[in-house]
Write a new protein. Structure first.
Length: 212
């Protein structure tokens, strides 16, 4: 019996755990089963860390793929420099998931008070602050007028995510990828130039933040 105990101690110290439990009495078995359990816990933690840093942004995702993006969240509040109505076409209409089903004038989207007036801004917030990888803006009418997209961190600082020429047409998203932010984002500000669409009222249906 003494010889068996010495042998187990040497094997456990060497990290070899292939001993058949049936070789030992009930007082030695727990020693051999505890070791693999610790290894399992360590592996689980590593998997979780990897998932946190691999959130990606597909800037060419189809509209249906955008709407099922597991790392996406829709705006929960919205304000604007002006709004066409207090219910239909109000800033509130850009919150939640998209509900405009075809390109055109629709009260389920936000619209500014005036057509072809000039610069307008739309500001949104999100419930969950995330390290962001991108923002998506669903343009539903007067598409192609966004000039600047900024992300807002939890301390109220703005960061330019994109500026340039918006080539969006039809009922489609302006998709703005960013390098995974080191700051936590829970808001965005969108600047538009409505003179770029003098014939069609500019309308935005929904805004999605992507991150983790
Ligand atoms: Ca909407």
């Amino acid at each position: 019996m003494k010889k068996i105990h010495l042998s187990l101690g040497a094997i456990v110290a060497a990290g070899l755990l292939t001993i058949g439990a049936g070789c030992f009495n009930t007082t030695t078995t727990p020693t051999t089963t505890n070791q693999p359990a610790k290894t399992t816990v360590t592996n689980t933690a590593k998997t979780a860390d990897t998932a946190t840093t691999t959130v990606t942004f597909n800037a060419t995702a189809s509209n249906s793929a955008v709407e099922s993006d597991a790392n996406g969240q829709w705006a929960t509040t919205a304000t604007a420099s002006s709004e066409y109505g207090s219910d239909s076409w109000s800033a509130e209409q850009v919150t939640k998931a998209p509900n405009v089903d075809s390109y055109g004038d629709n009260g389920y989207a936000w619209a500014p008070l005036e057509l072809n007036k000039g610069e307008e801004t739309l500001e949104v917030t999100f419930t969950k602050a995330v390290n962001a990888v991108g923002l998506r803006i669903l343009e539903s009418y007067g598409a192609g007028t966004v000039t600047l997209v900024e992300l807002k961190d939890i301390d109220g600082n703005y960061y330019t995510a994109w500026e340039g020429t918006d080539t969006t047409s039809g009922l489609d998203y302006l998709q703005v990828p960013v390098t995974l932010t080191t700051y936590e984002v829970n808001g965005a500000r969108i600047t538009l130039d409505t003179t770029l669409s003098p014939e069609e009222w500019v309308e935005i249906d929904a805004v999605q933040l992507v991150g983790q």
